[in-house]
Design a protein around this ligand. Sequence first.
Ligand SMILES: [Fe+2]
Length: 151
Amino acid sequence: MVQAHQRFPACDFLDSALAYVLDDPSDLGVAAHAIKALDPSMGWQRRTSGLNGSENYVERHANGMVCGPGGIESRYDIQLGFSLLAPLTRYPDHQHLPEEAYVLLTPGEFRQRDGDWFNPGIGGGLHNPSNVVHAMRSGTVPFLALWCLLI
Ligand SMILES: [Fe+2]
């Protein structure tokens, strides 16, 4: 990932993405309010590598790092953040050694390996065992998913 303490064009979709769960009385709403509160100090980053990303995906996404390298709390034993995609954007296939859990806060789809795309639903998620190739994509609305990696 390219690290930069700056906002990117896709950050403009944050509010419309958070709106899906902002008034939810569950932990999803709590998480949305926390992301909103942390937005001004977020460590925004973008992925610039990987296969099969949609055209202009670099400009059409942003990753917010809460805990982890370049994050609000810079540390290396855990990474907690989220991926924000503009509408009609496919994030590149990628993989990493740490296991990962995603929780979806908007409509959207995931895929593992070359399997079918699936939508786990808002509040649903995806577990990626170590080194499994995976990707996500938005439909006609923005995509927002929390992720956590245990290093
Ligand atoms: Fe991932």
